[in-house]
Design a protein around this ligand. Sequence first.
Ligand SMILES: Nc1ncnc2c1ncn2[C@@H]1O[C@H](COP(=O)(O)OP(=O)(O)O)[C@@H](O)[C@H]1O
Ligand SMILES: [Mg+2]
Length: 336
Amino acid sequence: RSARRAAAPARFLGREQQLAALSAVVRSAVPGESPLAVVTGPAGVGKTACAVQWAHGHAEAFPDGQLFADLRGFNEGAPAEPAEILRDFLLALGTPPDRIPTSAQSASALFRSLVAGRRLLVVLDNAQSSAQVRPLLPGGEHCATVVTSRSRLDGLVATDVARPVPLQALGAAEGTALLGAMLGAERVADDPDAARELVELCDGLPLALRAAAAQLTARPRWRLARLAAALRDERRRLALLSAEDTGVAAALRMSVARLSADDARLLRALAANADGHLNASVAASLAGSAPEDIQDGLDRLAEMHLVDEEATDVYTISTLTQLFARDEGSGSGGGG
Ligand SMILES: Nc1ncnc2c1ncn2[C@@H]1O[C@H](COP(=O)(O)OP(=O)(O)O)[C@@H](O)[C@H]1O
Ligand SMILES: [Mg+2]
């Protein structure tokens, strides 16, 4: 069932700092509290890979096992209901099907009482909201929970002392290493400048780099520079990185789909005109609204990692997000 452990990511590399941060969250548990980490970042940055990699590396710390659930917070369909996930968890813990309460509240209480004395790791992938996560938290101080989300889940951090573990895009060295792991070191060593340019054109996003590597794997005679040249064309870039429905455009579509109409309009206005950095007053003039009306929208886009707040009132949008939002704005978006 869905509560099984997820497979370890293939050829995972880097992220030492974030893996150490996850270990620190678990180690620094306060008596009576259950450690809770939230891995956050934009679509495709490597949140799931990081959480699952850590879980695999620390299996021995949780001798009673691991529970894994995809909360489907950013899929085509509806997000998972807590009751549905609790049912999977309770079944995995050996509760007979006819003893599983139908209300999420009772199921949550039973779940907590069952795991109270155990040493168990719970991984909640793709959480949509803090409210979706809360009924699934084990609570026992020997348990630990790792949540991943595109949203910062500020509520969980504020009220449930969740510790954020933010993930950023890869730098040139890590990005080229990832390309090397997928394409073979020789192909990358053949043209290191093109490899670095590919990382840049992919915004350092592991999902985009995987897509770029897939293009090169399908074309064994292409040099890296040839793909870089193709990606340089902004009209082709997203399509080349979105060959499958698992590509960059599909991932961004699911983030944008969760925005209100006003916030989506704000994102499109910023994407159409922004050039690098912007602040609330620039955003307001781009969107044609008053700065005081724009701040909340900007905050929500930042919470969803569709824009980055680099410093107080300094925002950036990644190029791929910009290209996607522009496409949507030009009327080609909306459909599947
Ligand atoms: N550190 C890494 N090393 C190797 N591959 C990675 C790494 N991080 C992410 N990936 C790969 O990049 C893709 C996107 O990562 P994923 O964890 O699914 O992103 P997210 O959960 O943030 O949307 C996956 O194919 C994943 O295996
Ligand atoms: Mg994920």
